[in-house]
Design a protein around this ligand. Structure first.
Ligand code: HEM
Length: 478
């Protein structure tokens, strides 16, 4: 009896020791000619006051600028993270070798994966083609009218907050989330959830609640533990299911048959025609709503921050008389470079042993990803002033600016929207939306960063100023 206990104990200790070694050291077959980021760096955002820029500058930047790729621990496994544009191009071009493999495959039992499932962003091969066939058109050719109407509503909401005061300080995340959500649900999904009408929106409240359940730093770092019957995670999972069911039913009940090209109608038709299963319908309906409002929201928050932080830039955008708005374009592109909404994405898995550049040999079955924050700030790519917010680097005339932007995307110097075959389908829509947003804000208000706001970006995950607070002062019409 005693020896059984003894051997069980030794077995458990050995297993734990093995698990710890697996976290501390990358697997033996990972390339030796690129550096390793110490495993604890991945947890600093959750357990210290450092933000992503601090962590990047202190622990990652030097190695990535020198080697263009590193080994990094993230989401319960070791991965290869790439920033060098030449390597990125190889990854983006070789879709079959660096195959998309989203959360539903990478961390299958996780609560996060149960939220977004298998969708057009994460799928590979035939499934990706099927999802794209259903929804690509509605994203690429949205109804843009709701954006104009919602921008007026946004201005009205801010004006109401200002009331008779000279200026008002507003934590902007919630308001802008509603604005972005209203835009995508009406313009692309074709459903009006009345997000901007009234004090509280059911849709907005539900999304905030379900996100608060999903995003827990410990379980994001160790999604493996989502597989255990831990009460808080069981609750999170059931809240996700509840939200998905509510949302899916709302798309079925409220999609607009007068708008046959809206994503709502396309998805419901595909479900009825049994082109998509119920789960595929839900997964794709969710990802449209999530990517379609979260990503533009992040960009709007960063834009708001740079306008408020740099009064001269704000004034130049305001004074721009050229209807093509070259300076505004430069400000947006520069914001995408320095604050790419999706800072790091690791969702590709090698389908065979392959090579990056001349000599980085990556074995089969390794997760690879890109770091937009790193590429955007790489001094080899953007020069020694890569850390300076400098819209002028994009040029003066609109043709020159747009051409530089286009080249930066093609060469993967600016992978904020990915690029190539798997490029973001919502780029044009998002750029239209944020241009409208910036013009409306600078046309109505003088904005500045509230002195009480602690200037930092998010500690982990998507990139934006954390909890941004802005002072709005109505412009005096001369
Ligand atoms: C500023 C806003 C946005 C940014 C920065 C952004 C960025 C990205 C990135 C980096 C990817 C590639 C993801 C990966 O590597 O797995 C992507 C893909 C995608 N995005 Fe966006 N996105 C934005 C807005 C939108 C919007 C508004 C929509 C509309 C619903 C959208 C729909 C998609 C879709 C469908 C894909 C997958 C394309 C494919 O693989 O065929 N995005 N986006």
């Amino acid at each position: 009896m005693f020896s059984i206990i003894k051997y069980t104990f030794i077995g458990v200790i050995t297993y734990l020791f093995y698990l710890i070694l697996e976290i501390i050291f990358p697997p033996f077959n990972f390339p030796k000619n690129i550096p390793t980021i110490p495993f604890y760096v991945s947890f600093l955002g959750a357990y210290t006051n450092l933000d992503q820029a601090d962590i990047y500058n202190l622990y990652i930047r030097e190695k990535l600028e020198k080697y263009g790729a590193v080994k990094i621990y993230f989401a319960s496994r070791w991965n290869i993270l790439i920033t060098k544009p030449e390597y990125l191009l190889e990854m983006f071009k070789n879709e079959d070798v660096f195959a998309k493999s989203g959360n539903h495959i990478k961390i299958p039992g996780s609560v996060l994966a149960s939220y977004t499932g298998d969708n057009v962003i994460s799928a590979h091969g035939e499934l990706w083609k099927l999802y794209r066939e259903v929804i690509a058109q509605s994203i690429q050719f949205p109804d843009l009218d709701p954006i104009t109407k919602n921008t007026e509503k946004l201005i009205q909401i801010i004006n109401d907050r200002i009331g008779s005061q000279k200026q008002v300080s507003i934590p902007v995340t919630d308001i802008l989330q509603k604005y972005s959500l209203a835009n995508v649900t009406e313009s692309i999904l074709g459903i009006d959830y009345k997000v901007l009408d009234g004090e509280k929106s059911i849709m907005h409240e539900k999304i905030k609640y379900v996100k608060s359940q999903i995003f827990n730093p410990f379980f994001l770092n160790f999604p493996y533990f989502d597989n255990f019957p831990i009460p808080s995670r069981l609750k999170a999972r059931s809240e996700v299911t509840r939200f998905r069911e509510w949302y899916g039913q709302s798309v079925i009940d409220n999609h607009d048959r007068q708008r046959p090209n809206s994503a709502g109608t396309k998805l419901v038709d595909a479900l009825m025609d049994e082109k998509l299963t119920e789960k595929q319908f839900l997964d794709n309906a969710i990802i449209l709503m999530v990517a379609g409002h979260e990503n533009p929201l992040l960009l709007m928050l960063s834009l708001m921050y740079v306008l408020a932080k740099y009064p001269l830039i704000q004034e130049t955008v305001r004074q721009e008389t050229d209807p093509a708005k070259p300076y505004l374009h430069s400000v947006i592109y520069e914001t995408l470079r320095m604050y790419p909404p999706l800072g790091m994405i690791i969702n590709r898995c090698t389908t065979r042993t392959t090579k990056l550049g001349d000599g980085i040999v990556i074995p089969k079955g390794v997760y690879c990803g890109y770091n937009n924050f790193g590429t955007g700030r790489d001094r080899n790519v953007w020069g020694n002033n890569a850390d300076v917010f400098k819209p002028e680097r994009w040029g003066c005339e609109i043709e020159e600016i747009n051409q530089k932007y286009s080249i930066a995307k093609k060469t993967a110097n600016l992978p904020a929207f990915h690029g190539r075959k798997r490029a973001c389908l919502g780029e044009k829509y998002a750029l239209y939306e944020v241009k409208n947003f910036v013009c409306a804000i600078v046309g109505e208000y003088q904005v500045s960063v509230d002195a009480s706001w602690n200037e930092r970006i998010t500690p982990a995950g998507p990139i934006c100023p954390l909890g941004l607070k802005i002072n709005f002062e109505k412009l005096v019409v001369a």
